[in-house]
Ligand binder design. Structure first.
Ligand SMILES: Nc1ncnc2c1ncn2[C@@H]1O[C@H](COP(=O)(O)OP(=O)(O)OP(=O)(O)O)[C@@H](O)[C@H]1O
Ligand SMILES: [Mg+2]
Length: 380
């Protein structure tokens, strides 16, 4: 029986090649092609099964004109889970991790005779090797799907968290407004109105943040009054800075153009994220040898570009944090951080045709520098 051994050995070698494929379709095509040669078949079809066990045609070589009757027979044999060979037709189930996931069909040309037991055994061998090669590819696809699902889950969690905060603020403000109206109390009315406008601004900012994470994110350029934007930032962060006993310096080096081109609200959101990170880094540092500060400076770089520098005397970053910095959902802040802030910043800066650089020393502090064009090229 040395000849049989040689054929089975060759089939085994082919199986090793199956394992090197990473594309399911190409692997299935190659399987059919190689099986045709081994068992001297004229036609080869490979059906794979969906979740509801319905078969679809994944791969075919020299298919007959009528595939439907073969598919129906294949469906029955697939449900029985046993190979079947009758003269010039051969059905071999495809098993992955003890589960039938498809069925291969081969037929002889009418003049080429009938399949032998050896043909059936060879086809089963090849199908088993295909099964083990497919296992890896399917596992990889499954992992990718799980990763995507968990990313969607994380994103939804972040959206819900942010929305709840905003809705809560709106509810408090509504209560103040109701009391103000009932008691004709101007103080409550003012508090309620201030709360409602804050909730609206948060909502708007959050919309820009989500937008910047979408696939086809593009900005709508407009003239931006950067000094006013930075002043708004100072006002919004003053309380947070005072809470942490941190000096907040905001400075625009003169001369600075009256307006630069960009998208005002997304630039604001990016700067807010950077400044919040800086304040949080200062708060997280346990011991300060000098009075802590966060400094935000805007300056002209050259005739085409300007820079915004955000410097803090916070905890700085380890090499690991530096390496993971712009990854989605990377955060060292546990429950308090979603790890999307820097991604939003990076995408916003890139959408403006700009660059972002940072320097950081653990225990000393961090400086982020954004370099942005004064005017945007229309093709960007
Ligand atoms: N100025 C900084 N100083 C030190 N570490 C920083 C600084 N800025 C960012 N980091 C580090 O980078 C991580 C990611 O920052 P990012 O802003 O993306 O997310 P986050 O602040 O953790 O959460 P959030 O999505 O709420 O902003 C932070 O958790 C922190 O470890
Ligand atoms: Mg952040």
């Amino acid at each position: 029986m040395p000849e049989i051994d040689k054929d089975f050995q060759a089939a085994h070698e082919i199986g090793k090649i199956y394992n090197s494929f990473v594309d399911k379709k190409i692997l299935c095509d190659f399987f059919i092609e190689s099986a045709l040669v081994f068992i001297h078949a004229g036609c080869g079809l490979l059906f794979l099964a969906g979740k509801n066990d319905r078969l679809w045609l994944e791969s075919s070589r020299r298919p007959p004109q009528q595939i439907q009757p073969i598919r129906e027979t294949a469906q029955k044999i697939f449900e029985q889970g046993k190979p079947s060979f009758q003269k010039s037709e051969l059905f071999v189930p495809l098993i992955v991790r003890n589960v039938a996931i498809g069925i291969a069909y081969f037929s002889k040309d009418s003049a080429a005779g009938i399949f032998s037991e050896k043909d059936a055994a060879l086809a089963s061998d090849l199908a088993a090797q295909l099964g083990s090669a497919l296992k890896n590819i399917l596992l990889f696809e499954e992992n990718l799907k799980m990763e995507r699902l968990s990313t969607i889950g994380q994103t939804m969690g972040m959206v819900m968290h942010e929305m709840k905060n905003i809705v809560q603020l709106a509810h408090f403000s509504e209560d103040y407004l109701k009391m103000g109206i009932q008691n004709q109390n101007a103080k409550n009315l003012t508090l309620g109105m201030a709360g409602i406008s804050k909730a609206l601004r948060e909502m708007e900012g959050f919309t820009y943040e989500i937008l910047s994470l979408t696939k086809d994110y593009k900005i709508a350029p407009e003239p931006v009054d950067l000094p006013s934007l930075l002043e708004e930032l100072r006002t919004d962060l003053q309380a947070k800075a005072e809470d942490g006993k941190i000096r907040l310096d905001v400075e625009v080096e003169k001369p600075f153009p009256q307006s630069v081109e960009g998208e005002s609200r997304s630039l604001y959101r990016a700067l807010l994220n950077l400044a919040k990170n800086a304040l949080e880094a200062v708060r997280n540092k346990e011991r300060h040898t000098e009075p802590p500060f966060v400094r935000i400076r805007a300056r002209v770089k050259d005739k085409d570009a300007y820079q915004i520098v955000i410097q803090d005397t916070g905890e700085g970053m380890s090499d690991e944090v530096k390496a993971k910095l712009f990854q989605a959902f990377f955060s060292t802040k546990g429950e308090k951080g979603t790890g999307l802030g820097l991604l939003v910043i990076d995408r916003t800066v890139k959408a403006h045709g700009g660059e972002i650089h940072f320097e950081s020393q653990a225990g000393k502090g961090t400086t982020f520098t954004l370099t942005l064009p004064k005017t945007l090229s229309r093709t960007a």
